[in-house]
Design a protein around this ligand. Structure first.
Ligand code: HEC
Length: 231
């Protein structure tokens, strides 16, 4: 009888642990509409090629107005950029420097009434950050010569990716891919250690699964000896 109870407890605890992990994975990867903005349900893969393209788009486009003060150039090695590529991006700035915006704060506040925020932690700072950023970048439209963002009405940021003036559907798709790449990059930048943590998490799941199986056999052995003693 005790044997069965222990067996059931062991199976139940393993099942509960796995349900717990599955719930965490589901909650952290699910997304929804938030902040009254209908967000695009895009899934982000953190694929290295996409991260590298995204870094370049940040560097060429977003950096005109946005700094990334928590990302050092040399950290870009982690997404697969070579030292040579990083040195080219860094230019004559010191080894430990971080990307600074190329327009002065004074000019930006004159043009937009405020200094645009730093982008290092933006993907974490907004609810459903990556979907928020992607939607923001891709929702600009042109209406009788006026550019607006119907999903984020009143936003002071101009149409940085020029999606409102895309000449046809295929160039619009191309811009959407670029918006996804730069968002992938901002998602990585907001937590550069995330992929290492996920890998460790996977090893922990495998470790616990093997441990559960081994414990099951150990328990069977121990109880079989006790059964023999009883009889
Ligand atoms: C020409 C200047 C300019 C460029 C280029 C630019 N931005 Fe912005 N951005 C702004 C300004 C101004 C704001 C502040 C908008 C506001 O609060 O109304 C802003 C705000 C933002 C925000 C925060 C929105 C919020 O919820 O507060 C995000 C995210 C953002 N930009 C992403 C980007 C990305 C990604 C790029 C590159 C693809 C980019 N921006 C390029 C000017 C710019």
């Amino acid at each position: 009888m005790i044997k069965q109870v222990v067996l059931v407890c062991l199976i139940l605890s393993t099942a509960c642990f796995n349900i717990f992990l599955a719930t965490i994975i589901f909650v952290t990867t699910s997304f929804a509409t938030t902040n009254n903005h209908p967000l695009e349900n895009i899934v982000f893969s953190q694929d290295p090629a996409s991260l590298q393209r995204g870094a370049m788009i940040y560097y060429d486009v977003c950096r005109i107005c946005h700094s990334m003060k928590y990302i050092r150039y040399k950290t870009l090695q982690e997404i697969g950029l070579s030292n040579k590529q990083i040195d080219t991006l860094r230019g004559d700035k010191p080894e430990n420097s971080t990307p600074e915006k190329t327009t002065s704060d004074h000019m930006l506040s004159t043009l937009y009434g405020q200094v645009p925020p730093d982008l290092s932690l933006m993907a974490k700072a907004r609810k459903h950050g990556p979907q928020y950023i992607y939607t923001l970048l891709t929702s600009y439209t042109e209406n009788e010569g006026k550019y607006e963002n119907p999903v984020f009405p009143g936003i002071k940021m101009p149409d940085a990716m020029n999606i409102a003036v895309a000449i046809n559907e295929s160039s619009k798709e191309e811009i959407k891919n670029q918006a996804k790449d730069v968002t992938e990059f901002l998602l990585w930048a907001s937590d550069p250690r995330a992929s290492i943590r996920k890998k460790i998490g996977l090893y922990v799941i495998i470790y616990f699964s093997i441990l559960s199986i081994l414990l099951y056999f150990v328990m069977k052995r121990v109880w079989s000896r006790l059964d023999n003693v009883e009889s």
